[in-house]
Ligand binder design. Structure first.
Ligand SMILES: [Ca+2]
Length: 233
């Protein structure tokens, strides 16, 4: 009996440690309730995961205000009421890409690098490109981008190896009465950089959460890559 209890205790300990190496649930603002002073949120029903890796010393996509920006392009195929975005660096030890997850080639090649990471900072911008046609890539190059939201640090996410809660999370509600703030079909981009000192480097996981299933949502690192995927659908 003692042996069984010991095995059980070890098992529970392993489960606990494994859980600590994954991310907590990703919950929405929509439908949030407060019951007896306790906030109750429903999880996003549709979560896409993107595993990435930025090699130390990489060239960024754009320099803005002295910050090195990198982009993930996001295609939303239909209007949605809310979008959640979170980014964690490095990828927690207990997490590995599943078949349906997106992953950068650089991540596949460098997933064993557990040392590099960065203090994440994220933004969501909306473009005025709403359709995929033959001039899509050109249109995106000339697009107007409107800032919708940004986040530096979130206490809802596990701390980084430094012990600081510097990972990022934000929830964006669609403002249907405001065309620049409504989450309609079209191309968006998630900008990421490191807000304080340091370089963007190492592994990261970005997750996109939606309160409804939206088949046809696509995340890519490049506009050209986005075009190829949209054309194949
Ligand atoms: Ca941060």
């Amino acid at each position: 009996m003692k042996k069984i209890l010991f095995v059980l205790a070890v098992f529970l300990f392993i489960v606990k440690v494994t859980e600590a190496q994954k991310l907590p649930g990703f919950d929405a603002d929509l439908g949030k309730k407060t019951v007896f002073g306790q906030e109750i949120r429903l999880p996003y029903t549709d979560v896409l995961s993107y595993y990435g890796y930025i090699k130390p010393g990489s060239t960024c996509d754009e320099e803005r205000g002295g910050k090195k920006y990198y982009y993930l392009y996001l295609w939303i195929p239909s209007a949605i009421p809310e979008l959640g975005i979170r980014m964690v660096s490095p990828v927690p030890k207990g997490m590995k890409p599943e078949k349906s997850d997106y992953q950068m080639d650089e991540y596949k090649e460098n997933s064993s690098d557990a040392k590099s990471y960065f203090d994440t900072w994220i933004s969501l911008e909306k473009s005025n490109v709403y359709f995929n046609d033959s001039s899509f890539v050109e249109n995106v190059k000339n697009a107007t981008w409107t800032m919708m939201a940004q986040n530096d640090d979130s206490g809802e996410l596990p701390a980084q190896p430094s012990g600081k809660e510097y990972n990022s999370l934000m929830r964006i509600s669609s403002e249907t009465s405001n065309p620049t703030k409504s989450l309609v079909k079209g191309l968006y981009r998630i900008g990421f950089t490191t807000f304080k000192t340091g370089e963007v480097q190492g592994s990261f996981i970005a997750q996109i959460g939606a309160v409804i299933k939206i088949p046809g949502t696509v995340i890519t690192r490049t506009v050209e890559g986005m075009k190829v995927i949209l054309d194949s659908k």
